[in-house]
Design a binder for this molecule. Sequence first.
Ligand code: OAD
Length: 229
Amino acid sequence: MQRARFVAALTGAGVSAESGLATFRDAQTGLWARFDPREIATPSAFARNPKLVWDWYAWRRERVGTVQPNAGHRALAELEARVPEFLLVTQNVDGLHQRAGSHSVVELHGNITRVKCSREGSIVERCVKCGAFLRPDVVWFEELLPADALSAAEDAARHCDLLLVAGTSAEVYPAAGLPMLAQERGATVVEINPNATALSSRADYVLRGPSGKILPALLDSVSDPRRES
Ligand code: OAD
């Protein structure tokens, strides 16, 4: 951490767990254990029953509005200020990284607080142009990721010295391919997760525990350039 020039981070639902938001794949508590993604998170589900999809996202958006960023989010925001170059790539749609003060954030799967036209993709409150239904500006199953977000994330993976991978099961591609890309280009990959994941056996270091504890501890190992000299 102290030597790295460019630190990148890839985060998933687990970093928001300590804020009180459910993850997707944790047994019992995960959203996909309680809801079928094919019924609520695909373009065809939206075409079949837009109200059901809207109600589900409205419920999640309301949850997001009532929770606060946690110590893990805050540590990543502070880390950005301490290293020469930093990029945070997140699969989360909750906006908690930005609320914690992170500036360099790439949202691979969209943002639940925004909506976009379901036909043209322009981000507006209502589609005045074509009159199509508005929909949440999140990436659904069967959809491509926003091209600019993905290319910024791949670029960071190719050029970073250190990649922190926190709170993700590393099962959903293309995000899950970023740690491998970083390793191929010589970066050190550190997983932060209380549980074993698809990445664990390949990561250079595995730090077992909640991100709200581990990320602040990691931050302590990086001196603050603003306090030096
Ligand atoms: P998952 O639910 O698949 O994985 C959450 C991970 O967080 C698991 O590996 C947990 O062990 C870990 N975890 C739980 N509590 C934690 C804590 N306190 N600190 C750190 N880690 C913790 O969530 P994602 O990997 O984010 O996509 O899922 C990826 C994508 O799948 C999501 O963005 C979403 C979903 O379908 C879309 O909606 C497009």
